[in-house]
Ligand binder design. Structure first.
Ligand SMILES: Nc1ncnc2c1ncn2[C@@H]1O[C@H](COP(=O)(O)OP(=O)(O)OP(=O)(O)O)[C@@H](O)[C@H]1O
Ligand SMILES: [Mg+2]
Length: 442
């Protein structure tokens, strides 16, 4: 049975001090100036402290990381165990290396007054230090699935003692790009465990699979899945492809304060834009899956510190990444997966801040805009009056969005099933990263 909690506001706003979290955690929270738990934290932490399985849905930037990290740290601190080699007590899976690193940093920050150990493992770097660290023993393991499978197949990690299992960005982890690894990992976990799934989106097609990962879960939906953050001022700019460069430079120049994150669909396009922006007098860096791990981390770090104000990214930076000061998200291309739109724009307006998101929509991307609007259940206001903005009539939009229209390529792999909105897809799950023999272009 799934119990649903709605977002009814409690009579009094709870404070962290009202939650049954131990003193060392309370102290760490005070030092971070957190006093009021966010709704997802207030609504999930009590259930998690009771050991319940849980599916947690809340908008981007609303503190889902602490919602799962704090109860894990509390539980392990309350029931300490001697470290045993290769056997973590908690396993957290995340879809990208940078997100895994960030989650590790959150555990370090919240757990700074506790004697618990954590380790983050991910691909693209030397495996040996990870093997040695596992051998020494750790309490909390944060991992990307590929490297974790490598470590497991070399018998460098054992899941026998896992008490808590977390899928952050759960819908992505259950998507075709990861599901095989995730299934293998889950099959090795003890059946007696606590399982937690968190995301801002949960496509209907993934829900059944998600439900199969948890036992008698509490379901906490602070807002319906794929709800965008109200504080993001969203706009779409219809633009001919030849005009996207001018549009990009315009919006970056017109936005001199704050960090600007630009999303593109393809890796090669990220490099190309960095070069073009450079010629247009804008220093930018790129992050995508073809860069070395060191270059990826360096680009993100330079962006975090403001050394480069503009970062051009593929969807590897769309989910979970928390960089303070991003005030504008530009989408040079609309995403193939409508949920990505929610995550991409969610890199701004985090933790109560304001932000702006402008998406470019080329003539062959109108069906993608339609999919996004169905998914977010909103019409994105159209930006007009700038030299590069085309005016597109409602009839043209409608015509170009229809599946029979010749103006679009029919999806990334030449196959775009009718789907989304709140309708289940006609052909099972689809549109995934490696779907139908496709290649990963991120
Ligand atoms: N109770 C709180 N009070 C103040 N700030 C908070 C609180 N909880 C979390 N934060 C901060 O809010 C920001 C967003 O948190 P987090 O990254 O966990 O969001 P999220 O819900 O996981 O978002 P996403 O869906 O994008 O992954 C972080 O900078 C975090 O430090
Ligand atoms: Mg998150």
């Amino acid at each position: 049975m799934i119990t649903v909690t709605d977002d009814t506001t409690p009579a009094t706003t709870p404070r962290f001090s009202d939650l049954a979290l131990g003193e060392p955690l309370q102290r760490a929270l005070q030092e971070k100036n957190y006093t009021i738990p966010s709704p997802i934290q207030a609504q999930t932490i009590p259930h998690l402290l009771e050991g319940r399985d849980l599916i947690g849905i809340a908008q981007t930037g609303t503190g889902k990381t602490a919602a799962f990290a704090l109860p894990i740290l509390h539980r392990f601190a309350a029931h300490p165990r001697r470290l045993s080699p290769k056997r973590p007590r908690a396993l957290i899976l995340a879809p990208t290396r940078e997100l895994a690193i960030q989650i590790g940093q959150s555990f370090a920050a919240y757990g700074k007054h506790l004697k618990l150990s954590h380790l983050t493992v991910f691909g693209g770097v030397n495996i040996n230090p990870q093997i040695h660290a596992l051998q020494r023993g750790i309490d909390i393991l944060i991992a990307t699935p590929g490297r974790l499978m490598d470590l497991a197949s070399q018998r460098c990690v054992s899941f026998e003692d896992v008490e808590v299992f977390v899928l952050d960005e759960a819908d992505r982890m259950l998507d075709m790009g990861f599901i095989n690894d995730v299934r293998k990992i889950v099959s090795r976990l003890p059946s007696q465990r606590q399982s937690l799934l968190f995301s801002a989106t949960m496509p209907p097609a993934i829900q059944e699979l998600a439900a199969s990962m948890v036992r008698n879960p509490q379901r906490v939906e602070v807002t319906p899945a794929a709800t965008t953050v109200e504080r993001i001022e969203q706009q779409v700019c219809h633009v001919e492809h030849g005009q996207k460069r001018a549009a990009l430079a315009h919006f970056i120049h017109a936005h001199p304060e704050g960090l600007v994150l630009v999303f593109v669909r393809m890796k090669h396009m990220a490099n190309k834009l960095v070069e073009q922006l450079g010629k247009d007098g804008i220093r930018a860096e790129a992050i995508h899956g073809n860069k070395s791990q060191a270059a990826r981390q360096r680009a993100l770090e330079n962006f975090r510190t403001g050394r480069s104000r503009v970062l051009v990214a593929t969807d590897i930076a769309a989910r979970g990444i928390d960089v303070k000061g991003i005030s504008l998200v530009l989408q040079h291309d609309l995403p193939e997966e409508p949920e990505s739109y929610v995550h991409r724009i969610g890199r701004t307006a985090r933790a109560g801040k304001e932000g702006k998101a402008i998406a470019f929509c080329g003539p062959d991307e109108r069906h993608l805009l339609r999919d996004v609007q169905r998914t977010i259940r909103q019409t994105v206001p159209v930006l007009e009056g700038l030299p590069f903005c085309s005016v597109v009539s409602a009839e043209t939009l409608e015509r170009d969005s229809s599946p029979r229209s010749g103006s679009q390529g029919g999806g990334r792999f030449g196959f775009r099933p009718a789907r989304r909105g709140n309708q289940p897809p006609a052909h099972g799950r689809s549109g995934s990263r490696f779907g139908r023999g496709g290649i990963d272009r991120r």
